[in-house]
Design a protein around this ligand. Structure first.
Ligand code: SAM
Length: 310
């Protein structure tokens, strides 16, 4: 099953129109939470709005056969229509009487009602928020609309992403209004592997190496970054995208129905079974074909150049 071939899971969200999210990225979130997440470590969403992405990620977690019934998707949002076109969006699509600045959490609660047992809400300004819930499987970012919010994401949430298996979905990536995302991810590009270049506005990356705190701080620089250094970082990001193009057409991931391989299984895998070559920068790709009695999951490029998972 792939989010590229079948986005029906996201159709109710699109039909209702109560989301600033595409069907592809919505379906991707569902399948990642269902088939990739451990079911025992939290998922974090920054920017929940009316609950489109949360309802799909929460549904995926609930449908995950390994879900322990306690692990949550943690949703961070201020739930007040005071940014951008939010009030207008709600007025035209949901409630004609909705006023600017009004609280919209009742709409989030309604859209996520069916998965509420898999969700924990953190209401408030992200500038004051932090994370103390331990390692996370997936960080979904749909809030990095300013350099400051991007820095909070980098410094307070990204450090919790589990190295080797942790996934970063950045929904602000394919938006030219947010260039700080490109300079920061460019600076950090050697720590990530590209999994999905584009699903609607989202990019999907896997954290392959721990990021030192000083690198996270430096990655958040934007306003005072000299133009030349900004361009260097963007070029590094381009290398990450090009590197992926240069890789073999097929590699394997170990997963039951696409589940994470235990890190120990990957470390123990014989070299000859490792399908990913060293990258141009000489950083070995740690994913092997896996073992430990788990089903394999194949990943390849479809003719459009996009990556699918089955
Ligand atoms: C693009 S919307 C998220 C869309 C959502 N993921 C969906 O599926 O429809 C961005 C959200 O970020 C929230 N937001 C923006 N700035 C914030 C801040 N400083 N603190 C908390 N939430 C904020 C907004 O309230 C809004 O709900």
């Amino acid at each position: 099953m792939t989010w590229r071939e079948d986005q029906r899971v996201a159709w109710p969200m699109k039909k209702l129109g109560h989301a600033q999210l595409g069907a592809r990225e919505g379906a991707m979130l569902y399948y990642l939470a269902r088939d990739w997440a451990s079911g025992a470590r939290p998922l974090v969403e920054l920017g929940s709005f009316l609950g489109g992405s949360a309802s799909l990620t929460g549904a995926g977690l609930k449908d995950n056969p390994l879900w322990n019934g306690q692990t949550k998707l943690h949703c961070f949002d201020i739930f007040e229509a005071k940014y951008g076109n939010m009030a207008e969006f709600i007025r035209t699509r949901v409630d004609p009487d909705f006023e600017a600045g009004q609280n919209f959490q009742y709409l989030f609660d309604a859209q996520t009602a069916e998965v509420s047992e898999a969700i924990e809400v953190h209401r408030g300004d992200l500038m004051q928020a932090s994370w103390s819930g331990g390692e996370i499987d997936m960080l979904f970012v749909d809030i990095a609309k300013t350099p400051d919010l991007n820095r909070i994401t980098l410094q307070r949430f990204l450090p919790a992403l589990r190295v080797e298996t942790g996934l970063l979905v950045n929904q602000d990536f394919h938006n030219p209004d947010n260039p700080w995302i490109h300079t920061s991810l460019g600076f950090l590009s050697s720590h990530f592997e590209l999994i999905e270049p584009r699903a609607d506005d989202s990019i999907l990356l896997r954290l392959v190496r721990p990021i030192p705190p000083e690198a996270l701080r430096e990655a958040g620089r934007f306003e005072d970054l000299p133009d030349e250094e900004a361009m260097n970082r963007v070029n590094r990001l381009m290398s990450l995208l090009r590197q992926n193009d240069a890789e073999p057409a097929m590699s394997s991931w170990s997963a039951p129905g696409c589940r994470f391989a235990p890190a120990t299984a990957r470390r123990g895998a014989p070299r000859s079974r490792r399908r990913w070559p060293a990258t141009a920068r000489g950083i070995p790709r740690p994913i092997s074909s896996g073992s430990g009695g788990q089903t394999r999951c194949r990943r390849w490029r479809d003719p459009s150049g996009l990556i699918s998972l089955t």
